[in-house]
Design a protein around this ligand. Structure first.
Ligand code: HAM
Length: 431
């Protein structure tokens, strides 16, 4: 096939069988998140570039190398959202933070990053995320993490590890940055070219480097939690205490900074050994956003999980069998008049809540019965001109091949009752 009609590398077409798995994730997320008082937000997939640039951080990989940025016809620089948080904070800033005590929002949708495609790493990928905006308390962070773990558990995803750290508050930054600058200056020979540049530009980003050559120096760097001020340490201790109360196991990963610069205080990631080279299936933390013209920063905490990675892990756990679609009735028509009358019968059966397919191409009986089989129909309803005249339909139980005639006046009710009975008792229709 010509390359011209293949999807762009790192993007995918998702057909109904796979979509059913996506919908199950989304339905579970809706059910779990709404129990914590969250409501859905749908925000634009494009934003002005500044919305992401300064908030995610000029020195991050996302802003430096991965954003899909273009100039529109009006000369504006726009960016396809590489993540959900910045756009949602922009939306809340527009709506007015103070119009609610707390904004508890969740979202699903595509995000765009120009990364090298691999298993579980796409250029258009999809996140299920949540943000709790407006309040600051360690217990809010813990509850948010609990909601993520609750969601993963409800999806039957096991074998995860929750990694936890604190980046402290703005006041701690200078001390921490100074300590790391002096430490990494002493290890400059083992750092990659990017990290040598980061040493001067933004030393925090060295801790997030995935380059093999930098790993030894990073692993031996001073633990961040020990460098923080007393207030930040106390805040982090309360997050850990609340997680313990909630019975949520975690591992402190004292060099975890995450790939975005907006975090303050708690940061976390959920990793799974089978999530591809990246290993993280979800990540998040507490943050502060200040948009131009704002006097005080807007605080929040949230997370996002990658749908493609959740599915990868789920499939590996054998949890992800797509529920097979059910066709209750396949209508077989013989003759033009019967076909016309059967259009009405199909509409009536659908109004009665049944899943109905029918042949609309006037094919032969054999071809229509083959389709009934192919679609896994529970019941075939056959009506030709003869049945039409006698005001009956022929019903065929596809599992047992038993046939019976049903008067048209009661056929819809009878079929519905038989199918309900079969659904409840899982018995063949003609019994
Ligand atoms: P993130 O860690 O950049 O955080 O992304 C969250 C999740 O999105 C990752 O754990 C991963 O599952 C998925 N993901 C990221 N990049 C890709 C990719 N190229 N292909 C497939 N999946 C990917 C954020 O985006 C933050 N906005 C999370 C957050 C919300 N923090 C606070 N609130």
């Amino acid at each position: 096939m010509s390359n011209a009609i293949e999807p762009i590398p790192g993007t995918s077409d998702i057909f109904p069988d796979e979509c059913r798995l996506w919908q199950r994730l989304e339905d579970t997320a809706r059910a779990v998140f709404s129990r914590y008082g969250y409501g859905e937000i749908r925000s634009p997939v494009m934003e002005r570039t500044e919305v992401f640039q300064r908030t995610i951080g000029d020195d991050t990989d996302i802003v430096q190398k991965e954003m899909y940025t273009f100039t529109d016809r009006g000369g504006r620089s726009l960016t396809l959202r590489p993540e959900g948080t910045a756009g949602i904070m922009r939306a809340i800033a527009c709506a007015g933070l103070a119009t609610r005590d707390q904004w508890r929002l969740y979202y699903f949708g595509p995000m765009f990053r120009g990364e090298r495609p691999a298993a579980g790493r796409k250029r258009q990928f999809h996140q299920i995320g949540a943000e709790c905006v407006g309040g600051v308390a360690p217990e809010i962070d813990a509850e948010c993490i609990a909601m993520l773990m609750d969601f993963l558990q409800s999806m039957g995803i096991t074998g995860t590890t929750l990694l936890l750290n604190s980046r402290g508050v703005a006041a701690d930054r200078e001390v921490v940055a100074r300590t790391y600058s002096s430490y990494f200056s002493g290890h400059i020979d083992s750092l990659c070219a990017d990290c040598r540049r980061r040493l001067a530009a933004n030393v925090w980003r060295i801790l997030d480097c995935k380059n093999e050559s930098c790993q030894n120096a990073i692993a031996a760097a001073p633990p961040m939690t020990e460098l923080l001020g007393e207030d930040s340490k106390a805040y982090f201790a309360r997050v850990c205490g609340a997680l313990a109360t909630l019975g949520i196991p975690y591992r402190i990963e004292s060099r975890l900074v995450r790939g975005l610069d907006y975090y303050a205080h708690t940061v976390f990631e959920v990793v799974h050994p089978r999530a591809g080279a990246q290993s993280s299936i979800a990540g998040g933390g507490r943050y502060e956003f200040t948009f131009p013209g704002m006097k005080t920063p807007m605080p929040g905490v949230g997370f996002a999980a990658g749908v493609e990675r959740l599915l990868l892990v789920q499939q590996d756990d054998g949890q992800a069998n797509a529920p097979t679609p059910v066709t209750d009735v396949y209508i077989v028509s013989l003759g033009a008049e019967a076909l016309n009358a059967n259009l009405g019968l199909a509409a009536e059966l659908r109004r009665a809540g049944l899943v109905v397919l029918m042949d609309l191409e006037s094919r032969g009986m054999k071809a229509q019965m083959r389709s009934a089989n192919k679609y896994g129909a529970r019941y075939a309803v056959i009506r030709g001109d003869n049945e039409l005249q006698r005001q009956v339909v022929m019903g065929k139980d596809m599992a047992t091949a038993a046939q019976s005639e049903l008067p048209i006046a009661t056929a819809v009710d009878e079929l519905r009752a038989l199918i309900q009975k079969r659904q409840q008792a899982n018995v063949p229709l003609t019994q």
